[in-house]
Design a protein around this ligand. Structure first.
Ligand code: V0D
Length: 253
């Protein structure tokens, strides 16, 4: 897709960190799929894939920050993921603490602001606690917004928006005549965030899986067979370079 000419190869070798500065996607969203499959291939328990996945999250956050991405939204736990075995959920729910214990100082150093979308009230208390602490600690940072989708489901998000809008109409806080797309967006978890410019999904699946249904209306999609634990900053750069070659039309011509 990227149409890189053979002579470009050398230039790439010399400057592996370089990315054309124009037209960098402001908001990149990632469905980090394939941790379980990665582990299975190695005869390891699924949770080993999740742990490896955390190290990749760190590498990708550093890279996105350097490339001047403004918002990085990572789908870490969906409303459907509660169907997994309890032991796996218990393990996953310890990952935010593990991540932040070593990585929060680096987030502060790099001016990263941590935000979340999804219903974090339903997470275990110990998980919620560290996340709220990190959100509060980083709230005045003005670099990359690292946005974790946690217990997130897009249909639920839209439905609760409708419910709140109806409540607000009932109490005359919202008039039906004034309801437009912008107002609707302000009832979603993503209020205040721009829509994703680029969606990446790893592990070969090519579907949205209840992720950001409203927000992805004009987003460019980029799929790879690479499993999330094998993803890295070079593949991220490839996705962004491919994005930079595309022409976005937003329904126009
Ligand atoms: C498991 C691959 C980081 C996807 C990445 C609770 C599945 C590793 C976090 C994290 C998960 C979340 C919030 C936060 C700091 C870190 C995380 C979950 C799963 C679900 F403030 N990785 N990660 N959270 N996985």
């Amino acid at each position: 897709m990227s149409m890189r000419l053979p002579f470009m190869k050398n230039k790439q070798k010399e400057e592996p960190e370089q990315l054309p500065p124009e037209n960098v996607p402001a908001h990149v969203a990632i469905i980090m799929d394939g941790n379980g499959r990665w582990a299975k291939k190695r005869g390891l328990p699924r949770v080993a894939g999740h742990r490896e996945g955390v190290t990749v999250v760190k590498e990708v956050v550093r890279a996105a920050s350097k490339m001047n991405v403004q918002i990085l939204t990572l789908y870490t736990f969906s409303t459907e993921n509660w169907k997994r075995p309890k032991s796996e959920i218990d393990f996953i729910m310890k990952l935010p603490k593990e991540f932040l214990h070593v990585y929060l100082p680096e987030l502060m150093e790099n001016n990263v602001k941590l935000e979340t979308i999804g219903d974090i009230d339903a997470l275990p208390e110990h998980t919620k606690e560290v996340i709220l602490y990190a959100k509060d600690k980083t709230k005045n940072n003005n670099g990359l917004i690292l946005n974790f989708a946690l217990n997130y489901g897009s249909r639920y998000e839209i439905m609760q928006a409708v419910r709140q809008m109806m409540t607000d109409v009932d109490s005359a806080k919202l008039s039906i005549e004034k309801l437009d797309e912008h107002t609707f967006s302000s009832y979603l978890y993503t209020k205040g965030l721009t829509d994703p410019d680029l969606l990446i999904r790893t592990s070969g699946e090519q579907r949205i899986s209840n992720f950001l249904l409203w927000q992805l209306a004009y987003t460019e999609f980029w799929f790879t067979d690479v499993l999330w634990p094998d993803f890295n900053k070079d593949i991220l750069r490839q996705a962004i370079e491919d994005y930079q070659q595309r022409k976005r039309r937003y329904g126009g011509i």
